[in-house]
Ligand binder design. Structure first.
Ligand SMILES: Cc1cc2nc3c(=O)[nH]c(=O)nc-3n(C[C@H](O)[C@H](O)[C@H](O)COP(=O)(O)OP(=O)(O)OC[C@H]3O[C@@H](n4cnc5c(N)ncnc54)[C@H](O)[C@@H]3O)c2cc1C
Length: 429
Protein backbone atom coordinates (compact mmCIF):
# COMPACT_ATOMS: atom_id res chain seq x y z
CA UNK A 1 0.00 0.00 0.00
CA UNK A 2 1.30 3.46 -0.90
CA UNK A 3 -0.51 6.59 0.25
CA UNK A 4 -0.08 10.02 -1.36
CA UNK A 5 -0.85 12.95 0.96
CA UNK A 6 -1.40 16.51 -0.29
CA UNK A 7 -0.58 19.10 2.41
CA UNK A 8 1.93 19.04 5.27
CA UNK A 9 -0.29 20.77 7.82
CA UNK A 10 -1.29 19.24 11.15
CA UNK A 11 -3.62 16.75 9.41
CA UNK A 12 -1.26 15.58 6.65
CA UNK A 13 1.78 15.17 8.91
CA UNK A 14 -0.20 13.26 11.55
CA UNK A 15 -1.67 10.99 8.86
CA UNK A 16 1.84 10.08 7.63
CA UNK A 17 2.93 9.24 11.20
CA UNK A 18 -0.17 7.15 11.90
CA UNK A 19 0.31 5.21 8.65
CA UNK A 20 3.99 4.64 9.36
CA UNK A 21 3.08 3.19 12.76
CA UNK A 22 0.87 0.65 10.93
CA UNK A 23 3.54 -0.25 8.36
CA UNK A 24 1.94 1.71 5.49
CA UNK A 25 4.15 3.85 3.23
CA UNK A 26 3.25 7.51 2.69
CA UNK A 27 4.70 10.53 0.88
CA UNK A 28 3.55 14.09 1.60
CA UNK A 29 3.47 16.78 -1.10
CA UNK A 30 3.40 20.33 0.27
CA UNK A 31 2.88 23.36 -1.92
CA UNK A 32 4.94 25.77 0.24
CA UNK A 33 8.65 25.80 -0.63
CA UNK A 34 9.40 24.77 2.94
CA UNK A 35 7.56 23.96 6.17
CA UNK A 36 8.01 27.10 8.26
CA UNK A 37 6.78 27.84 11.77
CA UNK A 38 3.85 30.03 10.75
CA UNK A 39 0.66 30.92 12.58
CA UNK A 40 0.17 31.85 16.20
CA UNK A 41 -1.63 29.92 18.95
CA UNK A 42 -3.94 26.93 18.83
CA UNK A 43 -5.22 24.51 21.43
CA UNK A 44 -5.07 20.75 21.11
CA UNK A 45 -7.56 18.86 23.23
CA UNK A 46 -6.94 15.67 25.24
CA UNK A 47 -8.73 13.34 22.82
CA UNK A 48 -6.30 14.44 20.10
CA UNK A 49 -3.27 14.50 22.41
CA UNK A 50 -4.05 10.89 23.38
CA UNK A 51 -3.46 9.98 19.73
CA UNK A 52 -0.18 11.92 19.56
CA UNK A 53 0.92 10.39 22.89
CA UNK A 54 0.31 6.91 21.46
CA UNK A 55 2.81 7.62 18.69
CA UNK A 56 5.37 8.81 21.24
CA UNK A 57 5.13 12.59 20.84
CA UNK A 58 4.25 13.61 24.41
CA UNK A 59 7.84 14.46 25.45
CA UNK A 60 8.36 16.61 22.34
CA UNK A 61 5.09 18.47 23.00
CA UNK A 62 5.95 18.94 26.67
CA UNK A 63 9.26 20.46 25.64
CA UNK A 64 7.60 23.26 23.66
CA UNK A 65 4.19 23.95 25.17
CA UNK A 66 2.45 24.41 28.52
CA UNK A 67 -0.15 21.90 29.70
CA UNK A 68 -3.35 23.93 29.93
CA UNK A 69 -4.69 23.75 33.48
CA UNK A 70 -7.77 25.94 33.63
CA UNK A 71 -10.13 27.93 31.40
CA UNK A 72 -12.04 31.02 32.54
CA UNK A 73 -14.96 32.62 30.77
CA UNK A 74 -15.59 36.31 31.59
CA UNK A 75 -17.98 39.01 30.46
CA UNK A 76 -16.36 42.09 28.94
CA UNK A 77 -15.93 43.67 32.38
CA UNK A 78 -13.83 40.77 33.63
CA UNK A 79 -16.59 39.22 35.75
CA UNK A 80 -16.40 35.46 35.94
CA UNK A 81 -19.17 33.57 34.14
CA UNK A 82 -17.67 30.07 34.25
CA UNK A 83 -14.41 28.33 34.96
CA UNK A 84 -13.33 24.75 34.56
CA UNK A 85 -10.22 22.62 34.83
CA UNK A 86 -8.73 21.33 31.58
CA UNK A 87 -6.66 18.37 30.46
CA UNK A 88 -5.12 16.29 33.25
CA UNK A 89 -6.59 18.66 35.83
CA UNK A 90 -10.04 17.78 34.47
CA UNK A 91 -9.38 14.06 34.89
CA UNK A 92 -8.13 13.18 31.40
CA UNK A 93 -5.19 10.77 31.24
CA UNK A 94 -3.31 13.17 28.94
CA UNK A 95 -3.04 16.96 28.83
CA UNK A 96 -4.51 19.70 26.68
CA UNK A 97 -1.74 21.80 25.15
CA UNK A 98 -1.92 25.49 24.31
CA UNK A 99 0.71 25.68 21.61
CA UNK A 100 2.17 27.76 18.80
CA UNK A 101 0.73 26.24 15.60
CA UNK A 102 4.13 26.36 13.92
CA UNK A 103 5.78 24.53 16.81
CA UNK A 104 3.15 21.80 16.76
CA UNK A 105 3.73 21.47 13.03
CA UNK A 106 7.51 21.33 13.65
CA UNK A 107 7.12 18.56 16.26
CA UNK A 108 5.16 16.52 13.69
CA UNK A 109 7.50 17.45 10.82
CA UNK A 110 10.62 16.41 12.76
CA UNK A 111 8.99 13.08 13.66
CA UNK A 112 8.07 12.43 10.01
CA UNK A 113 11.63 13.16 8.82
CA UNK A 114 13.15 11.03 11.60
CA UNK A 115 10.81 8.06 11.15
CA UNK A 116 9.93 8.06 7.45
CA UNK A 117 13.16 9.60 6.13
CA UNK A 118 14.04 12.94 4.49
CA UNK A 119 12.28 12.10 1.21
CA UNK A 120 8.90 11.60 2.88
CA UNK A 121 8.03 15.30 2.54
CA UNK A 122 8.34 16.88 -0.92
CA UNK A 123 8.00 20.66 -0.61
CA UNK A 124 7.24 23.15 -3.39
CA UNK A 125 4.76 20.76 -5.06
CA UNK A 126 1.08 21.75 -5.10
CA UNK A 127 -1.60 19.22 -5.95
CA UNK A 128 -3.11 20.17 -9.33
CA UNK A 129 -5.23 17.14 -10.28
CA UNK A 130 -5.52 13.35 -10.25
CA UNK A 131 -6.77 10.46 -12.35
CA UNK A 132 -7.95 7.14 -11.00
CA UNK A 133 -7.89 3.76 -12.70
CA UNK A 134 -8.54 0.19 -11.57
CA UNK A 135 -4.99 -0.27 -10.28
CA UNK A 136 -4.44 2.98 -8.40
CA UNK A 137 -4.32 6.76 -8.52
CA UNK A 138 -2.02 9.11 -10.40
CA UNK A 139 -1.60 12.58 -8.88
CA UNK A 140 -0.14 15.60 -10.66
CA UNK A 141 1.67 18.34 -8.78
CA UNK A 142 2.77 21.76 -10.04
CA UNK A 143 6.11 23.25 -9.11
CA UNK A 144 4.88 26.10 -6.91
CA UNK A 145 8.28 27.81 -6.87
CA UNK A 146 9.18 27.88 -10.55
CA UNK A 147 5.68 27.32 -11.95
CA UNK A 148 4.84 24.65 -14.50
CA UNK A 149 4.61 20.89 -14.13
CA UNK A 150 6.55 19.54 -11.18
CA UNK A 151 5.92 15.90 -10.45
CA UNK A 152 3.64 12.94 -11.10
CA UNK A 153 3.17 10.31 -8.40
CA UNK A 154 1.44 6.97 -8.35
CA UNK A 155 -0.21 5.44 -5.27
CA UNK A 156 -3.12 3.35 -3.99
CA UNK A 157 -4.85 6.23 -2.24
CA UNK A 158 -4.73 10.04 -2.31
CA UNK A 159 -5.51 11.95 0.90
CA UNK A 160 -6.27 15.65 0.36
CA UNK A 161 -5.29 17.39 3.59
CA UNK A 162 -4.68 20.63 1.75
CA UNK A 163 -6.59 23.01 3.99
CA UNK A 164 -9.60 25.29 3.60
CA UNK A 165 -8.83 26.02 -0.09
CA UNK A 166 -8.40 22.33 -0.91
CA UNK A 167 -7.83 21.43 -4.55
CA UNK A 168 -9.26 17.96 -3.87
CA UNK A 169 -12.47 19.42 -2.46
CA UNK A 170 -12.77 21.87 -5.39
CA UNK A 171 -12.38 18.99 -7.84
CA UNK A 172 -15.39 17.18 -6.36
CA UNK A 173 -17.41 20.31 -5.61
CA UNK A 174 -16.47 22.78 -8.37
CA UNK A 175 -19.45 25.06 -7.71
CA UNK A 176 -19.00 25.39 -3.97
CA UNK A 177 -17.43 28.85 -4.11
CA UNK A 178 -15.44 30.61 -1.36
CA UNK A 179 -15.66 29.82 2.38
CA UNK A 180 -18.68 31.16 4.30
CA UNK A 181 -18.03 34.20 6.46
CA UNK A 182 -20.04 35.11 9.55
CA UNK A 183 -18.93 38.75 9.46
CA UNK A 184 -16.43 38.37 12.34
CA UNK A 185 -12.85 39.52 11.84
CA UNK A 186 -10.22 37.86 14.04
CA UNK A 187 -7.08 39.79 14.85
CA UNK A 188 -4.43 37.50 16.26
CA UNK A 189 -0.98 37.98 17.71
CA UNK A 190 1.59 36.56 20.10
CA UNK A 191 4.44 38.21 21.95
CA UNK A 192 6.79 37.66 24.89
CA UNK A 193 5.02 39.33 27.78
CA UNK A 194 4.11 39.06 31.46
CA UNK A 195 2.63 35.61 32.23
CA UNK A 196 -0.97 35.49 33.41
CA UNK A 197 -1.61 33.69 36.71
CA UNK A 198 0.20 30.31 36.79
CA UNK A 199 1.26 30.48 33.12
CA UNK A 200 -1.06 27.58 32.24
CA UNK A 201 -4.43 29.28 32.24
CA UNK A 202 -6.57 30.56 29.40
CA UNK A 203 -9.34 33.15 29.32
CA UNK A 204 -12.16 33.99 26.94
CA UNK A 205 -13.88 37.29 27.63
CA UNK A 206 -16.64 39.38 26.07
CA UNK A 207 -19.92 38.30 24.58
CA UNK A 208 -22.02 38.48 21.43
CA UNK A 209 -20.12 39.99 18.54
CA UNK A 210 -16.91 40.86 20.45
CA UNK A 211 -14.52 38.55 22.28
CA UNK A 212 -10.99 38.53 23.64
CA UNK A 213 -9.04 35.28 23.96
CA UNK A 214 -5.82 34.99 25.99
CA UNK A 215 -3.52 32.03 26.57
CA UNK A 216 0.19 31.24 26.87
CA UNK A 217 1.79 29.12 24.12
CA UNK A 218 5.30 28.47 25.47
CA UNK A 219 6.93 27.91 28.83
CA UNK A 220 7.64 31.00 30.95
CA UNK A 221 11.28 32.03 31.12
CA UNK A 222 12.91 34.92 32.96
CA UNK A 223 9.53 36.36 33.94
CA UNK A 224 8.26 36.39 30.34
CA UNK A 225 6.05 34.03 28.38
CA UNK A 226 4.89 33.87 24.78
CA UNK A 227 1.29 35.11 25.20
CA UNK A 228 -1.26 34.52 22.46
CA UNK A 229 -4.24 36.83 22.02
CA UNK A 230 -7.20 37.04 19.68
CA UNK A 231 -9.69 39.90 19.29
CA UNK A 232 -12.87 38.79 17.49
CA UNK A 233 -15.18 41.57 16.33
CA UNK A 234 -18.35 41.29 14.29
CA UNK A 235 -17.67 43.83 11.53
CA UNK A 236 -20.25 43.06 8.89
CA UNK A 237 -23.20 40.97 7.86
CA UNK A 238 -21.51 37.85 6.55
CA UNK A 239 -24.55 37.05 4.39
CA UNK A 240 -24.19 40.18 2.31
CA UNK A 241 -20.51 41.19 2.57
CA UNK A 242 -17.61 39.43 0.88
CA UNK A 243 -15.00 38.23 3.43
CA UNK A 244 -11.55 39.75 3.68
CA UNK A 245 -8.92 37.44 2.14
CA UNK A 246 -8.66 34.14 4.03
CA UNK A 247 -4.91 34.01 4.49
CA UNK A 248 -3.53 33.01 7.88
CA UNK A 249 -0.44 35.14 7.25
CA UNK A 250 -2.19 38.40 6.37
CA UNK A 251 -0.66 41.23 8.44
CA UNK A 252 -2.98 43.62 10.31
CA UNK A 253 -2.45 47.19 11.48
CA UNK A 254 -1.94 47.13 15.24
CA UNK A 255 -3.38 50.66 15.49
CA UNK A 256 -6.65 49.22 14.13
CA UNK A 257 -6.85 46.57 16.84
CA UNK A 258 -5.93 48.66 19.91
CA UNK A 259 -9.26 50.56 20.19
CA UNK A 260 -11.17 47.25 20.09
CA UNK A 261 -8.89 45.61 22.67
CA UNK A 262 -9.74 48.48 25.06
CA UNK A 263 -13.25 47.05 25.30
CA UNK A 264 -12.15 44.06 27.36
CA UNK A 265 -10.97 43.45 30.90
CA UNK A 266 -9.27 40.26 32.04
CA UNK A 267 -8.64 40.28 35.83
CA UNK A 268 -5.02 40.93 36.87
CA UNK A 269 -3.86 41.49 33.31
CA UNK A 270 -3.26 44.45 31.03
CA UNK A 271 -4.62 43.18 27.73
CA UNK A 272 -4.19 46.57 26.08
CA UNK A 273 -0.50 46.64 26.92
CA UNK A 274 -0.16 43.10 25.54
CA UNK A 275 -1.75 44.04 22.22
CA UNK A 276 0.25 47.28 22.04
CA UNK A 277 3.49 45.34 22.65
CA UNK A 278 2.87 42.87 19.82
CA UNK A 279 5.07 43.77 16.86
CA UNK A 280 3.00 41.95 14.24
CA UNK A 281 -0.72 41.20 14.36
CA UNK A 282 -2.59 39.11 11.77
CA UNK A 283 -6.10 39.37 10.39
CA UNK A 284 -8.32 36.45 9.41
CA UNK A 285 -12.05 36.29 8.70
CA UNK A 286 -13.95 33.74 10.80
CA UNK A 287 -15.10 31.39 8.09
CA UNK A 288 -16.01 27.78 7.49
CA UNK A 289 -17.77 25.70 4.87
CA UNK A 290 -21.01 23.74 4.90
CA UNK A 291 -20.69 20.08 5.89
CA UNK A 292 -20.37 17.90 2.78
CA UNK A 293 -22.58 14.98 1.77
CA UNK A 294 -19.50 12.98 0.81
CA UNK A 295 -15.68 13.12 1.28
CA UNK A 296 -14.62 9.95 -0.50
CA UNK A 297 -14.62 9.39 -4.25
CA UNK A 298 -13.01 6.10 -5.19
CA UNK A 299 -9.40 6.22 -4.06
CA UNK A 300 -9.44 9.88 -3.00
CA UNK A 301 -10.63 11.34 0.28
CA UNK A 302 -10.55 14.62 2.19
CA UNK A 303 -9.13 15.16 5.69
CA UNK A 304 -8.84 18.02 8.23
CA UNK A 305 -9.79 21.52 7.07
CA UNK A 306 -10.17 20.25 3.50
CA UNK A 307 -13.06 18.08 4.70
CA UNK A 308 -14.60 20.14 7.52
CA UNK A 309 -13.25 23.67 8.04
CA UNK A 310 -14.90 25.05 11.17
CA UNK A 311 -14.98 28.29 13.13
CA UNK A 312 -12.11 28.34 15.61
CA UNK A 313 -14.30 28.24 18.70
CA UNK A 314 -14.05 25.37 21.15
CA UNK A 315 -10.40 24.58 20.19
CA UNK A 316 -11.33 21.89 17.71
CA UNK A 317 -9.76 22.54 14.24
CA UNK A 318 -6.37 20.90 14.74
CA UNK A 319 -7.77 18.31 17.18
CA UNK A 320 -10.33 17.02 14.69
CA UNK A 321 -7.67 16.78 11.95
CA UNK A 322 -5.61 14.58 14.30
CA UNK A 323 -8.63 12.37 15.04
CA UNK A 324 -9.29 12.06 11.29
CA UNK A 325 -5.71 10.88 10.78
CA UNK A 326 -6.04 8.14 13.37
CA UNK A 327 -9.36 6.91 11.97
CA UNK A 328 -8.07 6.88 8.39
CA UNK A 329 -4.92 4.96 9.30
CA UNK A 330 -6.93 2.36 11.25
CA UNK A 331 -9.33 1.93 8.34
CA UNK A 332 -6.50 1.52 5.80
CA UNK A 333 -4.85 -1.06 8.01
CA UNK A 334 -8.02 -3.10 8.48
CA UNK A 335 -9.85 -2.99 5.15
CA UNK A 336 -9.35 -5.41 2.29
CA UNK A 337 -9.47 -2.72 -0.38
CA UNK A 338 -8.39 0.94 -0.22
CA UNK A 339 -11.80 2.12 -1.47
CA UNK A 340 -13.53 0.22 1.31
CA UNK A 341 -11.13 1.77 3.85
CA UNK A 342 -11.86 5.31 2.70
CA UNK A 343 -15.59 4.69 2.99
CA UNK A 344 -15.19 3.27 6.52
CA UNK A 345 -13.11 6.32 7.52
CA UNK A 346 -15.72 8.68 6.14
CA UNK A 347 -18.61 6.82 7.79
CA UNK A 348 -16.88 7.24 11.14
CA UNK A 349 -15.68 10.83 10.88
CA UNK A 350 -18.05 12.77 8.62
CA UNK A 351 -21.12 12.82 10.93
CA UNK A 352 -19.04 13.69 14.01
CA UNK A 353 -17.23 16.61 12.39
CA UNK A 354 -20.41 17.91 10.69
CA UNK A 355 -21.99 18.16 14.14
CA UNK A 356 -19.06 20.24 15.42
CA UNK A 357 -19.20 22.58 12.39
CA UNK A 358 -22.88 23.18 13.20
CA UNK A 359 -22.30 23.62 16.95
CA UNK A 360 -19.49 26.10 16.30
CA UNK A 361 -21.83 28.17 14.12
CA UNK A 362 -24.05 28.59 17.15
CA UNK A 363 -21.09 29.81 19.22
CA UNK A 364 -19.84 26.50 20.65
CA UNK A 365 -19.03 26.64 24.38
CA UNK A 366 -18.54 30.42 24.12
CA UNK A 367 -22.31 30.72 23.99
CA UNK A 368 -22.06 30.81 27.78
CA UNK A 369 -20.70 34.39 27.67
CA UNK A 370 -23.00 35.38 24.79
CA UNK A 371 -25.94 34.40 26.93
CA UNK A 372 -24.56 36.17 30.04
CA UNK A 373 -24.15 39.36 28.01
CA UNK A 374 -27.61 39.07 26.50
CA UNK A 375 -29.16 38.83 29.96
CA UNK A 376 -26.87 41.28 31.78
CA UNK A 377 -25.28 43.65 29.24
CA UNK A 378 -24.08 46.03 31.97
CA UNK A 379 -22.54 43.33 34.16
CA UNK A 380 -23.81 41.65 37.32
CA UNK A 381 -23.39 41.36 41.06
CA UNK A 382 -23.79 37.60 40.98
CA UNK A 383 -23.71 35.36 37.93
CA UNK A 384 -26.02 32.93 39.68
CA UNK A 385 -28.77 35.54 39.49
CA UNK A 386 -28.21 35.90 35.74
CA UNK A 387 -27.84 32.26 34.75
CA UNK A 388 -28.05 29.23 36.96
CA UNK A 389 -25.04 26.96 37.26
CA UNK A 390 -27.02 24.22 35.56
CA UNK A 391 -27.68 26.47 32.54
CA UNK A 392 -24.02 27.36 32.22
CA UNK A 393 -22.94 23.74 32.67
CA UNK A 394 -25.39 22.63 30.01
CA UNK A 395 -23.87 24.98 27.42
CA UNK A 396 -20.19 24.27 28.13
CA UNK A 397 -20.55 20.61 29.07
CA UNK A 398 -22.98 19.91 26.25
CA UNK A 399 -20.39 21.06 23.73
CA UNK A 400 -17.55 19.07 25.32
CA UNK A 401 -19.72 15.94 25.28
CA UNK A 402 -20.73 16.33 21.64
CA UNK A 403 -17.21 17.23 20.50
CA UNK A 404 -15.95 14.11 22.30
CA UNK A 405 -13.58 15.59 24.89
CA UNK A 406 -15.46 15.46 28.19
CA UNK A 407 -13.69 13.14 30.64
CA UNK A 408 -15.93 11.07 32.89
CA UNK A 409 -14.81 13.07 35.92
CA UNK A 410 -15.26 16.29 33.95
CA UNK A 411 -18.88 15.38 33.20
CA UNK A 412 -19.35 15.22 36.95
CA UNK A 413 -17.63 18.58 37.38
CA UNK A 414 -20.12 20.19 34.96
CA UNK A 415 -22.70 19.34 37.56
CA UNK A 416 -20.65 20.60 40.51
CA UNK A 417 -18.23 23.18 39.18
CA UNK A 418 -16.69 25.62 41.66
CA UNK A 419 -18.36 28.70 40.18
CA UNK A 420 -19.99 30.66 42.98
CA UNK A 421 -21.56 34.03 43.50
CA UNK A 422 -18.13 35.35 44.52
CA UNK A 423 -17.40 37.18 41.28
CA UNK A 424 -15.10 40.16 41.20
CA UNK A 425 -16.61 43.14 39.43
CA UNK A 426 -13.78 44.93 37.63
CA UNK A 427 -15.45 47.81 35.86
CA UNK A 428 -19.08 46.95 35.65
CA UNK A 429 -21.71 49.61 34.96
C1 LIG B 1 -0.12 29.02 7.49
C2 LIG B 1 -1.22 28.62 8.41
C3 LIG B 1 -1.33 29.26 9.65
C4 LIG B 1 -2.38 28.92 10.50
N1 LIG B 1 -2.47 29.57 11.70
C5 LIG B 1 -3.46 29.24 12.55
C6 LIG B 1 -3.57 29.90 13.81
O1 LIG B 1 -2.77 30.75 14.16
N2 LIG B 1 -4.60 29.57 14.64
C7 LIG B 1 -5.53 28.60 14.27
O2 LIG B 1 -6.45 28.32 15.03
N3 LIG B 1 -5.43 27.95 13.09
C8 LIG B 1 -4.44 28.25 12.22
N4 LIG B 1 -4.35 27.60 11.02
C9 LIG B 1 -5.37 26.57 10.69
C10 LIG B 1 -5.10 25.28 11.43
O3 LIG B 1 -3.77 24.88 11.26
C11 LIG B 1 -6.04 24.24 10.90
O4 LIG B 1 -7.38 24.68 11.12
C12 LIG B 1 -5.95 22.88 11.57
O5 LIG B 1 -4.69 22.65 12.12
C13 LIG B 1 -6.28 21.74 10.59
O6 LIG B 1 -5.12 21.47 9.84
P1 LIG B 1 -5.06 20.94 8.37
O7 LIG B 1 -3.80 20.14 8.27
O8 LIG B 1 -6.32 20.28 7.96
O9 LIG B 1 -4.97 22.24 7.46
P2 LIG B 1 -3.83 23.34 7.40
O10 LIG B 1 -3.17 23.54 8.70
O11 LIG B 1 -4.45 24.53 6.76
O12 LIG B 1 -2.74 22.72 6.42
C14 LIG B 1 -2.93 22.57 5.02
C15 LIG B 1 -1.58 22.40 4.36
O13 LIG B 1 -1.77 22.11 2.98
C16 LIG B 1 -0.93 22.92 2.20
N5 LIG B 1 -1.55 23.05 0.87
C17 LIG B 1 -2.55 23.88 0.50
N6 LIG B 1 -2.89 23.65 -0.79
C18 LIG B 1 -2.08 22.64 -1.23
C19 LIG B 1 -1.96 21.95 -2.47
N7 LIG B 1 -2.74 22.25 -3.53
N8 LIG B 1 -1.05 20.96 -2.58
C20 LIG B 1 -0.25 20.64 -1.52
N9 LIG B 1 -0.30 21.28 -0.33
C21 LIG B 1 -1.24 22.25 -0.18
C22 LIG B 1 -0.82 24.21 3.00
O14 LIG B 1 0.33 24.95 2.64
C23 LIG B 1 -0.74 23.66 4.42
O15 LIG B 1 0.58 23.33 4.78
C24 LIG B 1 -3.33 27.92 10.13
C25 LIG B 1 -3.21 27.29 8.89
C26 LIG B 1 -2.17 27.62 8.03
C27 LIG B 1 -2.06 26.91 6.69
Amino acid sequence: MKVLIAGAGIGGLTTALMLHRRGIRATIYEQSPQVREVGVGINTLPHAIRELAEIGLLPALDAVAPRTRELYYYNRYGQEVWREPRGIDAGHPVPQFSIHRGRLQKVLYDAVIERLGPDAIRCGLGLAGFIEDEGGITAHFVDSVLGGPGHTARGDVLVCSDGIHSVGRRTFYPNEGPPKWNGVVMWRGATEFTPWRDGRTMAIGGGMGAKFVLYPIAHAEGGKQLMNWVVNIKMADGETSPPPKESWSRPAQRSLVIPYAKRFKIPDYDVNALVAATAQAFEYPMCDRDPLPRWTFGRVTLLGDAAHPMYPVGSNGASQAILDARALADALQKAEHPRQALHAYEADRRPKTAEIVRLNRKGGPERVIDEAEKRAPAGFESIDEVMTKAERAAIVGGYAGKAGFAAASQRASYAAAPVTAATTPVAAK
